[in-house]
Design a protein. Sequence first.
Length: 132
Amino acid sequence: MDESRARELLDAERERLVTIQEDLRRSGVGTEGERDELDELSLMDQHPADVATETADRSRDLGFLEQYERDLADVGDALRRLEDGTYGRCQVCGRPIPDERLEADPTARFDVAHERAVEAAELGYGEAPPPR
């Protein structure tokens, strides 16, 4: 994949993630106000199930926010790889990552075989291949 296309994909992904984060924050996720709201829920006359539902919803939204932050960090890492000339190469074997894979996931660090091995290791089904 040429550098300009890779940069275009990564910039679009960063913009998408930032927009989602901003939307979540506008709705109060991850702010001081949210913590105050959750603290107040337990003091109000509410059914415990309502409090539990609100707490679970907020916890889920915080999890999404944290995932988007990790995804943004992945975009930053991919941009650094683009700058140092290692973008589009598997970090395990050094072979090129197919353009189709990079179109689908512009932050991909591994070819499909090594991605599966890394994911299996993360799930406890083996050892991750050593990085190059």
